[in-house]
Design a protein around this ligand. Structure first.
Ligand code: SAM
Length: 413
């Protein structure tokens, strides 16, 4: 099974038209004024029009530089070019430095470029489908060290392992958190960068997980679980920006429990990753059933639960299963509130069917990273009796044509 992580920042929504090839870092196209990105204009129009909101959509934005703490760069050709795909293409725009990258990612990219060239490691070539195809880098914010995963399309894992051992000796230990080899079979037939198969992963060096606290110490949020990220689970690229979304979700869940429900809600979370949202709600809920299709998330979630205050631990559970299957199993049959943060394709049909059928569900917190799909889901949720209570746009990738939408829906039962 594949993780479906995207290689490049979201491609601009071009209405199907082929764009002129970009020669510029595609995630900085709107950096001068990020709120002028086409998706922001579309979202404002949508919420004013179709969604009937009586005020202009609020667009929340943090720092425009240095925000990307998780990056997947493509590698192509020989000598290898490292960078991002230009929108709608597989042409790599070389990017050894980007102002939107965390400084550690820039430093590590340059060091890897030097090391890869010196060791004669070739980039993916599209002919025999072998070579180094991607480099994933994740910064642990407290230490500024980088977890590096190098993705090869190769049959001979041992050869790549030996190469990465050599490569490791060329990297600064003060910058490298850990180094991982991910080998995809050269003959595979899907576009996902990572596979869930544990056999595809080999740890070359360093600790197994990056550790993160979502909230800065000055944010008055309780609880503060530690989150654990091995390279084979989803992690937000702009974790500080995502913390602002989770703060809003906390405020809504608290208000819903106090004012509408008059008791703490039973919460289900689908597409929950390692529990980045759900674990931060544990003090506000009667119970939280978190889930995700990636089987590796559960161990991270369980480890995080141990970092919660003891009284909160029994309230939270995790099921490693796809949202479609859980929906068919009746997971929403007694839920008061549903939290969803699906991939760009939006909610699966079975989830809509379970929302429709639930006799108890009154509140829906929708975090969307795909605005096209969100618009489709909005119409279906309306058909299922939900109305929009509140929405915000979060520019998690300021400079690119991407918007993270937080929408709160309610229905009377
Ligand atoms: C945008 S991420 C959000 C995760 C989490 N909220 C976070 O902030 O880290 C989407 C998640 O959906 C998961 N996913 C993708 N397709 C899924 C499916 N059909 N059923 C359940 N989870 C799915 C992915 O593994 C990923 O963890």
């Amino acid at each position: 099974m594949a993780s479906g992580v995207a290689a490049a920042p979201p491609a601009p929504e071009t209405g199907g038209k082929r764009r002129k090839r970009q020669s510029k870092d595609p995630s900085t196209m709107y950096l001068r004024d990020p709120r002028r990105a086409p998706v922001c204009r579309k979202a404002r129009k949508f919420f004013r029009g179709t969604a009937g909101m009586n005020r202009t959509l609020e667009l929340v934005m943090g720092p425009t530089k240095g925000w990307r703490t998780s990056a997947k760069l493509s590698v192509r050709g020989n000598p290898p070019k490292i960078g991002l795909f230009a929108p709608d293409s597989h042409d790599v725009v070389e990017m050894l430095h980007s102002e939107v990258h965390h400084p550690s990612i820039n430093e590590m990219t340059k060091a890897l470029h030097r090391a890869v060239k010196a060791l004669g490691i070739r980039g993916y070539n599209g002919k025999d489908h072998g070579g180094l195809s991607y480099i994933s880098m994740v910064v642990e914010r407290a230490s500024s060290k980088v977890q590096v995963a190098m993705v090869f399309n190769a049959k001979d894992k041992d050869e790549n392992f030996a190469q990465l051992q050599q490569l490791q000796s060329r990297l600064d230990p003060a910058l490298l958190h850990s180094l991982w080899l991910h080998c995809n079979p050269a003959e595979r037939h899907n576009n996902a960068i990572f596979s869930f198969d544990p056999a595809a992963w080999t740890q070359v060096s360093g600790p197994a997980v990056v550790e993160e606290q979502l909230f800065a110490p000055e944010v008055a949020a309780v609880p503060r679980p530690t989150l654990f990220f091995p390279p084979f689970v989803f992690r937000q690229a702009n974790l500080s920006g995502f913390a602002r979304i989770v703060e809003q979700v906390r405020a809504d869940v608290a208000a819903f429990g106090k004012s509408a429900l008059k008791r703490p809600p039973r919460v289900v979370e689908l597409y929950g990753g390692v529990g980045t949202i759900g674990l931060h709600l544990s003090d506000l809920v009667h119970s939280l059933e978190c889930s995700d299709e990636n089987p590796h998330n559960r161990a991270c979630f369980d480890r995080s639960v141990k970092t919660l205050p003891a009284a909160l631990r029994p309230k939270v559970t995790y099921t490693p299963k796809a949202a479609e299957a859980l929906s068919k199993d009746g997971i929403l049959n007694s839920a008061d509130l549903l939290v969803v943060d699906p991939p760009r394709k939006g909610l699966d049909d079975a989830v809509h069917a379970a929302i429709h059928a639930s006799p108890t569900l009154q509140r829906l917190v929708y975090v969307s990273c795909g605005f096209k799909a969100f618009q489709r889901d909005f119409v279906k949720l309306k058909d299922n009796g939900f109305h929009l209570v509140r929405a915000q746009g979060h520019l998690l990738f300021p400079g690119s044509d991407h918007l993270e939408t937080l929408a709160i829906f309610a229905r009377k039962i």
